[in-house]
Ligand binder design. Structure first.
Ligand code: ZN
Length: 227
């Protein structure tokens, strides 16, 4: 799966959006104190630029699950790695921003993604930490995806133990078997993936997991039959 990992493994290190002077003036004039400040119309143009920038820099992939997203980011969420309900002051901090699919964004929701601060007073509202260690979950600005996740048996996204993978998996509910489907054609692994899912289905007992696997299996079968 080395080829797939290579496709999935973009990095945002040193590729954060850079705020233009005119945009900075708008931000200075409109400090954000409440999560809904995000919806102020004065930020619309900036949000659209941020969405386009990250969609391109992330190679059209969700920050977490890596499913493909629209080229201009439309229909996808500007993702606040630390949710804006928790830290509204950080909603335009660039290393707290990326783009994600709606599923990851809504699964993550309002959960606190920062590690407990050493002094127990929490992180300062005026300073979003610029360091991977402070984030409990994967942050594409600092972390390498393949250090935290792997693809097993030609199909299954699996978090690596003792990394940020398990927390990210839980926060984003990455237990969704549609992710690798986007890359199956590019990698020419339809048959291998189909076999892998069929094998997993035989031993899987959990009903909700079986349902997801059946959906993925049907989708691959359609791809094979319509080729
Ligand atoms: Zn996602």
């Amino acid at each position: 799966m080395a080829k797939l990992l290579k496709i999935l493994d973009y990095s945002l290190a040193n590729k954060a959006y850079s705020i233009k002077n005119t945009e900075q003036a708008i931000l200075d004039a409109n400090p954000t104190y409440l999560k809904d400040d995000w919806d102020k119309s004065c930020f619309n143009k900036l949000k659209s630029s941020i969405r386009k920038h990250y969609a391109r820099r992330q190679g059209r992939k969700c920050a977490y699950c890596r499913i493909t997203i629209n080229p201009d980011g439309s229909g996808n969420a500007v993702e606040h790695i630390m949710p804006r309900i928790k830290k509204p002051q950080w909603m335009f901090v660039l290393h707290n921003l990326s783009i994600s699919c709606i599923n990851c964004n809504s699964s993550k929701g309002k959960q606190n993604t920062m590690r407990q601060h050493e002094n127990n007073y929490g992180h300062s509202p005026n300073h979003c930490p610029n360091d991977t260690i402070e984030f409990k979950i994967f942050n594409p600005h600092f972390d390498k995806w393949s250090d935290h996740f792997e693809i097993q048996d030609e199909f299954f996204l699996v978090p690596k133990p003792n990394t940020k993978g398990p927390d990210t998996y839980k926060f984003c509910n990455l237990h969704r078997y549609i992710i690798v489907l986007d890359y199956i054609d590019e990698l020419k692994i339809r048959e291998k993936s189909f076999k892998s899912i069929t094998k997993r289905l035989r031993k899987e007992k959990r009903v909700h997991v079986k349902e997801q696997l059946e959906i993925a299996k049907e989708a691959i079968l359609d791809m094979i039959e319509n080729n």
